[in-house]
Design a binder for this molecule. Structure first.
Ligand SMILES: [Zn+2]
Length: 272
């Protein structure tokens, strides 16, 4: 307990003296908003019982081949998620992060592996955000056209029990082929990365401006290490919030072994 209090105080000091906030977020960020966790089959199959009955795990459905083999099933899964993320209210931790960043001269920049668009829904500036695995709110052609477009016009009707799309699937406006989410999936050689590449370019333009940024990493595990790698490459003090794997490698970094929302709320008490 004493160790946790020291870590929280150290984190509050870092935030208090920072001139910018870099937020790096993984799947754990969504859990406090009630979003399902796809890390194990248990959570996945609880949310999608039809996939459980068919013994289809996350890597098999989050796969371009699934769209080729059974588009109604693949879009049953992704269409359901699209609706879910559109309807989700981001938890209170998002507003705390925004509040802290608003007092800093260079504001916030977000790096997230989540495809759910929750930072934008919470009001974060979409021009200050990197979605390293793409976004479910954007579509691309499954047949090779080089274009990414918003999914806004697609309002899927889903049979949740069977995990099947009942309404017509989205189509490529250029060639009429099946459209798929602009998300980097497993065994995916055709994900279009230009949207994410443009986000990275904006980050590289912004990054030299703050002198004393701090990174808050939330819910980013070791299984998919892109978020951790990005944060550790920045040569910036890092506050790691992670219930299960909070250990940090560098002496100046801070480990907070709590879930994101709880950690942020504890910090708010110290920053008040
Ligand atoms: Zn096309």
């Amino acid at each position: 307990m004493r160790e946790l209090n020291l870590a929280l105080q150290q984190a509050a000091d870092l935030i208090g003296s920072a001139d910018a906030l870099i937020i790096t977020a993984g799947a754990g960020m969504g859990v406090d908003s009630g979003l399902p966790d796809f890390r194990g089959n248990e959570g996945m199959w609880q949310a999608y019982p039809a996939l459980g009955r068919a013994r289809i795990d996350f890597t098999e459905i989050a796969n371009p081949q699934a769209f080729a083999d059974d588009p109604q099933l693949a879009w049953g899964f992704y269409g359901h998620r699209l609706k879910l993320y559109r309807d989700t209210v981001p938890h209170a931790g998002f507003a705390l992060l925004q509040q802290w960043a608003s007092t800093m001269p260079h504001g916030a920049f977000v790096f997230t592996s989540n495809v759910d668009g929750q930072f934008q829904r919470a009001g974060f500036n979409p021009d200050r955000l990197i979605e390293c695995h793409g976004s479910i709110h954007h579509l691309q052609c499954s047949s090779g056209c080089d274009d990414i477009w918003p999914a806004d016009a697609f309002t899927p009707t889903i049979d949740a029990q069977q995990c099947r799309l009942l309404s017509p699937p989205p189509r490529c406006p250029h060639c009429g082929a099946l459209a798929r989410p602009n998300i980097l999936m497993f065994d995916d050689w055709h994900w279009l990365e230009q949207r994410t590449a443009a986000q990275l370019r904006r980050y590289r333009q912004w990054r030299p401006q703050p002198n004393q940024p701090v990174i808050i990493e939330i819910g980013a595990g070791t299984a998919i290490p892109s978020v951790r790698h990005f944060g550790e490459q920045q040569q910036v003090p890092l506050i790691r919030m992670n219930k299960r794997e909070a250990a940090v490698r560098r002496p100046d970094d801070v480990a907070i072994p709590l879930g994101g929302l709880e950690a942020l709320q504890q910090l708010q008490k110290l920053l008040d």
